[in-house]
Design a protein around this ligand. Sequence first.
Ligand SMILES: [Zn+2]
Length: 323
Amino acid sequence: MTDYLIKALAFNGEIRAFAVDATKTVETAHEMHDTWSASSAALGRTLIANVMFAKNLKGDDEISIQVNGDGLGGKIFTTAKANGDVKGYISNPRVVLPPTEAGKINVRAVVGTEGTITVIKDLGLKEPFTGQIPIVDGELGADFTYYMAVSEQINGAIGLSVLVDTDDTIRTAGGFMVQVMPGASEETLEILEKRLATLPQISQLMDKGATPEDILTALFGEENYQVLSHEPIQFKCHCSKERFATGLKSLGRAELKAMIDEDHGAEVVCHFCNKKYFFDVDELQAMIDDITAKITKIEQEVDEDNARIDDIAEDQDDKDGGL
Ligand SMILES: [Zn+2]
């Protein structure tokens, strides 16, 4: 079955909720980056949070997360689009750690407890919206809940879970996001708080076969919520050779020439999906020629402009002389 997310309203619209099964998505990330268990869990939780945040957006809008903590995993980068495409990587994919006392993966040791989480929303406007919070917990669920409260002024809760099998494959991955809508009653908030406090671990529920619908049933009770939509999500990178060519060209002629002379080509690796792109000598030379042609054209235009200015100045001189 493919991964999917559900959007729902609970308690007569006082609560908005998302729940997601991201098992295949996190498994794809594990396969692409060869992540070990603790790195898989930290990257996976960030991917799950990112895909849920992105589902608040529309169209081509996208949202990126940078977790920059002092843990063993280094930095985590993820990006998700409103359509459910998500991608990401962790700077140290090879972290494996003994379990915590509760028998869980030690995500806090991967993320760290000092540092920042930055969320960048690209809504197609001139400037992207950026929000930043300090890492407050390190297990990510509470950190993203804090982000939502501080930066988006939305109270709620975010639960994130990745269960890794003994062979490092992803057994389950999923989560939920609950948002309290303006005007929610005290009574609803009290019920929600109690439900959250007694909610079994998401990994345990999912390991018994729970779907996103089952997660919301566990959270709200079957009769208290209504599913609005059911949307696929997947790990997907939109990189292409053309995009990397633009990036290479921006390095300039000297740098491109050095690649030809020293390496007889250039290999570029996409951080998000580990795909490799190779540019041979001819392709690099074509980029240099293209830059040279553009510069020559600009120089010609400047020369023409200067000549025009000289003409005008001469005309002016003639007129002045005539007075
Ligand atoms: Zn890529």
